[in-house]
Design a protein around this ligand. Structure first.
Ligand code: PLP
Length: 461
């Protein structure tokens, strides 16, 4: 079975570049309007541009598990039944009032929701002081305050509850930064489920504290050679070998349908809360939403509720690593091409033969060569903008600015963000100058930085 899987799931990334794909290559005027760019090369991020496709056109291109040409279920036939069962259980849970009540209670009492929409006044003042006292108001959606320190808990808890409901006692997962592994370990402990977490050995080293916490919570942590993508492949293999009893709990907005949709659905609580909180705080919507993009779960979590609000700009920030020209980055939407990987079609980092290019980022949670099919569609339809911030821009330790992006939040707001969240914060330097007085920007502070302290101190001292 592992062999079949190797061929069909792990290595089946085939290149569908724009020339071969069903969607025609954008015309040159569209390319000119493209706002997909990088911090490295742009002076300022392009101000709001209308989407290339209307809301109605976009709606027509979305069906179950398909976002235009992206998404799908590129898996061997043997897995289709399992995925269909999972989809049926997911839909049942969504429409089951008891499940929804139990989830709402657990999100409130176990996770600590709702998370604040925090007015980062001193951070806003910092930017205003550079522009004659004018500039937007910056707010942080405090997902770092969730139990276990990140947005990952929203989805991990909900999916663990589904596993429990359908009697799958062995939960299998993969983690990069360890935040999803930690959240899943905690959710499984709460529900009395067994938990096995696959994690790349190099990530176990750099996110050591999370590994220790997972073990304390009773999870078995399996070391894997390679990076997060290889851990994800091993978790998938392990699931396939034990389909009867095990549940593959994906924390990333990738993989075959229904995985990305489930993850997005359970993360969309972030945007739903943000919308209500914004209305209460200033009587309107945010003007700009910013989130980092690893696979896309926190970005979609924040963006999804606002996709139909065309006046709200959506900006995703990928990991620029050592710079796009170095080839060592994880900027899939900014710099990738369309292909199939881990069971779905999305933008990918791949070479001319369709083979995966190893991703890199200082933030373990950003290192993945694929990305959410739904974000791929938001890029292609022009509804969201994507750019990238390098390792150094996330840390920004050696620049002449008063503080690095990372330090700025620590020292101006008393908040230590994760390195993943620091990528989203880094782009404020480029976005803020394009905004007016009174504009409201919400940055998803998707994780707290405890796990990254050794890396950051090593690079900044
Ligand atoms: C705290 C944190 N933020 C962001 C990410 C990136 O993942 P995603 O893009 O799915 O939110 C991760 C991934 O591990 C993470 O741990």
């Amino acid at each position: 079975m592992a062999c079949i899987l190797q061929g069909a799931y792990v290595s089946s990334h085939r290149q569908f570049n724009d020339k071969d794909g069903s969607t025609p290559r954008p015309c040159s005027s569209v390319v000119v309007r493209s706002v997909v760019t990088t911090l490295e090369t742009m002076k300022t991020i392009t101000p709001c541009v209308p989407p290339l496709r209307s809301l109605k056109e976009r709606k027509e291109l979305i069906s179950e598990g398909k976002f235009g040409r992206f998404g799908g279920k590129f898996v061997p036939e043997t897995l289709v039944t399992c995925l269909s069962q999972l989809e049926a259980e997911f839909k049942k849970a969504l429409h089951d009032e008891l499940f929804q009540e139990e989830l709402a209670t657990a999100l409130r009492e176990f996770v600590g929701r709702e998370t604040p929409l925090y007015n980062a006044e001193r951070l806003s003042e910092y930017y205003k002081s550079k522009n004659s006292g004018e500039g937007p108001e910056i707010y942080l959606k405090r997902e770092d305050l969730n139990h276990c320190g990140s947005h990952k808990m929203n989805n991990a808890l909900a999916q663990a509850m589904i596993a429990n409901r359908i009697g799958k006692r062995d939960v299998i997962t993969a983690t990069g930064a360890g935040q999803h592994g930690l959240a899943t370990s905690a959710a499984c402990a709460k529900l009395g489920l067994e938990c096995t977490v696959f994690m790349a050995a190099k990530d176990m080293d750099r996110q050591y504290s999370n590994v220790q916490f997972m073990k304390l919570l009773g999870a078995q942590v399996e070391a894997v050679n390679g990076s997060f993508k290889d851990a994800a492949s091993d978790a998938f293999r392990c699931w396939v070998e034990n389909l009867e009893k095990s549940y593959l709990l994906t924390g990333s907005a990738v993989g075959p349908h229904p995985c990305p949709t489930m993850v997005r659905e359970f993360q969309s609580v972030i945007g739903k809360e943000t919308k209500k909180q914004a209305l209460k705080k200033w009587g309107g919507k945010p003007d700009v939403l910013i989130a980092c993009v690893g696979t896309g779960s926190n970005a979609l979590g924040l963006f999804h509720e606002f996709i139909k609000d065309e006046d709200v700009r959506l900006i995703g920030v990928e990991a620029g690593g050592l710079g796009l020209k170095s080839g060592k980055h994880s900027s899939t939407l900014t710099n990738g091409e369309v292909g199939v990987y881990h069971g779905a079609m999305s933008y990918l980092l791949q070479d001319e033969y369709g083979q995966i290019i190893e991703p890199h980022s200082i933030a373990a949670g950003m290192e993945y060569p694929g990305v959410s099919p739904e974000l791929s569609f938001l890029k292609e339809s022009g509804r969201a903008q994507f750019c990238s911030a390098t390792d150094q821009e996330a840390l920004n330790a050696l620049t002449v600015v008063k503080f690095s992006a990372y330090e700025r939040l620590c020292k101006l707001e008393g908040i230590i963000p994760s390195l993943e969240a620091a990528h989203a914060l880094a782009i404020l330097d480029k976005v803020v100058p394009t905004l007016c007085n009174g504009h409201k920007v919400v940055v998803n502070c998707c994780g707290r930085g405890d796990k990254d302290a050794p890396i950051v101190l090593d690079r900044t001292i």
